[in-house]
Ligand binder design. Structure first.
Ligand code: GLU
Length: 389
């Protein structure tokens, strides 16, 4: 896919990752004016119909400032305590600043595991999608107080990339104090060239980011390139830009210096390729002809159209959808565990709450989680008669 710069409002869903140094000053604490300007940029994008999600660092830095901790390295439990204090202040600051643009903020704390383990992943994704549907802006950070390993700066680059892929975003913007990718560290090498567009993250590009050891001298480029690999591989473009000046998003829109990474394919294609590539479905849903027609016109699979459920699977597992004629027509991620699916198969959506004792999800397999794997029978018949003609 070509690396084309386009105005930010041309994207459908943007994840913005904000580094601690942009939000928090060591001495004076929260940079309120900067945050207000950022929230004005977000409001402008929202007004143009773009979904915006924020991955905000700064809990530890803000907690340090609130607790007035002396400079120096913190032990893990000290960082976690600082994060506990700072996260409240951070969420409140976002909520207050966004509210001046009449935008509601919703706090989501994730661990990297949540984005990797399927069940929690689906739940986190459903919550984030619901927030967006309600018009709120999710403010996401790592759940530092339960982290079991060292909390490192840069973790949020990867977390933001996972949030982007999980929510099908088409753009990830990493804002920090470095304006983009250089062929070598610019403050050490006078010949370092700035890279405006990166069509593909090749081994050469990775080498430019350096290893973990050189992380500080490279402006945290290693984790940014790691984030780029996750995002672009899932069809999401990525920008690395400086957030130092006020209104960084408007600045990018106005052509400020930044590095753009091209996505390798569209987010939907990437997701569907992944689903189609799951080798062994954990079970089958046998559906009726009406449901098959609905699926072919791009609809979700509702419980009412399911005649039989086989196999044992959990919500989030890949399952095969079998048509009335016994052929696999689609694959998708199960919206329900197998035993629940058996109970509600053939039932109207309105009956689900009574049967399960809780209001479940409307779809047995959501259309975003489904890929058609076989053409309709009449298309195959037509192709066959074409071949004989
Ligand atoms: N979660 C950490 C914080 O909010 C920051 C991690 C990062 O910057 O990558 O303080």
């Amino acid at each position: 896919m070509a690396t084309t710069r386009k105005p930010l409002e041309k994207y459908r869903r943007i994840v913005i990752k904000i580094g601690s140094a942009l939000l928090v000053d060591r001495k004076s604490g929260l940079k309120r004016a900067w945050l207000n300007a950022m929230c004005a940029d977000i409001a402008a994008l929202r007004a143009k119909g773009v979904d915006v999600l924020v991955v905000s660092s700064g809990a530890i830095a803000l907690g340090r400032s609130v607790l007035d901790l002396a400079p120096g390295v913190l032990k893990l439990e000290e960082s976690q305590a600082a994060a506990a204090v700072g996260q409240i202040a951070l969420a409140r600051a976002w909520s207050e600043s966004l509210s001046t643009g009449e935008i509601v903020a919703g706090q989501i704390l994730l661990t990297l595991g949540d984005t990797e383990e399927r069940r929690r992943y689906l739940n986190a994704r459903a919550t984030i999608n619901q927030l967006l549907k309600m018009g709120a802006v999710p403010i996401i950070n790592e759940n530092d107080t339960v982290a079991t390993t060292e909390i490192r700066y840069g973790d949020n680059d990867r977390l933001a990339a996972r949030v982007a892929t999980m929510t099908g975003a088409d753009l990830l913007v990493l804002l920090s104090d470095i304006d983009g990718l250089y062929t070598a560290p610019p403050h050490l090498d006078p010949d370092a060239r700035f890279l405006e567009t990166i069509a593909e993250i090749t081994p050469e590009i990775e080498a430019m980011a350096g290893g973990a050891a050189s992380e500080l001298s490279r402006g945290g480029m290693r984790t940014k390139i790691d984030a780029g690999k996750i995002a672009t591989g899932a069809g999401c473009a990525m920008i690395i830009a400086s957030g130092k000046a006020d209104h960084p998003l408007s600045a990018i829109g106005a052509g400020a210096r930044s590095s753009w990474f091209a996505p390798s394919r569209s987010p939907v294609t990437a997701r569907k390729t992944w689903i189609a590539g799951q080798l062994l479905p954990a079970g089958n849903l046998i559906i009726d002809a009406g449901a098959e027609t609905a699926l072919r016109s791009g609809k979700s699979l509702l419980p009412a159209g399911v005649r039989q459920v086989t196999g044992s699977f959990s919500r989030g597992d890949t399952i095969a959808i079998i048509g009335a004629e016994g052929r696999e027509v689609a694959r998708g991620l199960a919206g329900y565990d197998a035993d629940e699916a058996r109970q509600i198969a053939g039932k109207k959506s309105a009956e689900i709450a009574v049967i399960l004792g809780y209001a479940g999800r409307a779809a047995m397999v959501h259309r975003d989680d489904m890929v058609m794997t076989a053409p309709a029978k009449r298309d195959m018949d037509a192709a066959r008669s074409d071949a004989h003609a």
